[in-house]
Design a binder for this molecule. Structure first.
Ligand code: MN
Length: 276
């Protein structure tokens, strides 16, 4: 559990086959598979905590997440929406189930990615990109109603709205039964897919059911996915940052001295203030 609101499975960095940099620039993938949340008058979630040195990308597939931060920003990540938060030099935030969702209860399914920042951008001012579903690029694949939703990067000429500090592709493939899509990421990229819903066949061989992550080769990759049921698949790829990583708790920096500095700044109130 992350707080009392997010039941997640960590695919990386905890898996030693990926570790700290096997999916760089992605540092962390927490996946909250479908979870039927009982109604509650007190929204479940995770209280005030800091971040520095990277970006958090929260994707709500089911359910709604409300957030507040120390710069005065707040909002709701609705179903199908993405919040791309650059923590950069530092921010305090809290993440809770949205009030009405919490009262009624319902299915929660979400992803949180941590995207590392190159050292020259680690202390960039914090900012938000609230990316509603309607803002995303939409590349139509066929007449069955299958498409690629582009959050960041580019798929066959269709661009995503997110701005990033290093090359990143983040897509949702929304495929009807029998539809397929091909992906080609250049040499020098890491890539992987997470099956959110349904079941897909990868490269006409391996069948991958819902809730599974597939790690591809780390020097570029060309692959096809074919839906054997109506499916939703998260696709991530990016260029590795190739810098030392020092991480502890909510901070991802380059050196242990920078981690210590982050804790000192946090305890000295330099991350601002946010009520619990
Ligand atoms: Mn957080």
């Amino acid at each position: 559990m992350v707080g009392d609101g997010f039941r997640v499975h960590n695919f990386f960095p905890s898996d030693s086959r990926i570790g700290l940099d096997g999916m760089s620039p992605f540092f962390l993938l927490d996946y909250g598979s479908k979870w039927n949340v009982p109604p509650s008058d007190k929204p479940r979630g995770v209280g005030v905590h800091p971040h520095r040195g990277f970006e958090t990308v929260t994707i709500a597939y089911h359910g709604k997440v409300a957030h507040h931060d120390s710069t005065g920003n707040s909002g709701v990540i609705g179903e199908g929406d993405v919040q791309w938060m650059t923590a950069g030099a530092g921010v305090l935030h809290k993440e809770y189930h949205e009030k009405e969702f919490s009262k009624k209860g319902g299915v929660m399914q979400m992803v949180q990615l941590w995207v590392n920042l190159p050292s020259k951008y680690k202390m960039t001012p914090s900012k938000y990109q609230a990316i509603e579903n309607s803002m995303m690029g939409r590349h139509i694949l066929d007449e069955n109603g299958s498409f690629i939703e582009v959050v960041a990067g580019e798929y066959n000429g269709t661009k995503g709205p997110a701005t990033t500090f290093s090359p990143v592709n983040l897509f949702n493939a929304k495929l009807k039964n029998g539809s397929q899509a091909e992906f080609h990421f250049g040499s020098n990229t890491n890539s992987g897919i997470l099956v959110i819903d349904g079941e897909v066949r990868v490269n006409e061989s391996k069948t991958v059911p819902q809730d599974n992550f597939v790690l591809f080769g780390q020097s570029g990759e060309k692959f096809t996915i074919e839906a054997v049921k109506e499916s939703v698949v998260l696709i991530l790829s990016g260029d590795p940052i190739n810098e030392p990583i020092a991480s502890y708790g909510p901070f991802v920096m380059n050196t242990q001295a920078e981690i210590k500095e982050a804790y000192d700044d946090f305890y000295n109130g330099k991350f601002g203030h946010l009520e619990d």
